[in-house]
Design a binder for this molecule. Sequence first.
Ligand SMILES: [Zn+2]
Length: 122
Amino acid sequence: MAFPISDTKSQVLSTYHGHPVFECSKCSAVIALQDEVISKAFSGRDGRGYLMHSATNLKLGKKEDRALLTGVHTVADVYCLGCNERLGWYYMKASDSTQKYKEGKYLLERERLVKNNNWELE
Ligand SMILES: [Zn+2]
C-alpha cells in the first residue's frame, strides 16, 4: 500500500514560498497550504480541527479504527517531521458511505498550528 507521506523522510521541506501556510506551532515546520483547507468546522481530539486536502512534513503513526462523531474511521495519527508533535490524523477509510469524502484527507488540530501568511513587505 502506498501512502502519500513517507515516514522515512528525515528532511523538513521548506516549500510554498510566498503562499499562506500553516506551520507547526512548536518548530515552525511548514505543514500545509491554507488553500488546501476543505473545512474549518471539524473536531479534532483536543478542539477544533481543519480538514485538509494535503499536508507535508508529516509522518504517519500506526493505523487504527477509531470511533469518531461521524462513525468508525480507519485513521493514522500524523506527527510533525520536525519535532514529533502529534498534529492530527490521516483518514484512510470511512465505514459510512456519507463519510467517504474524507478518505485520503488530513485532520489537523487547530491548536497545534500557526498561520503564516507570508506577506511580503514592500
Ligand atoms: Zn513541529
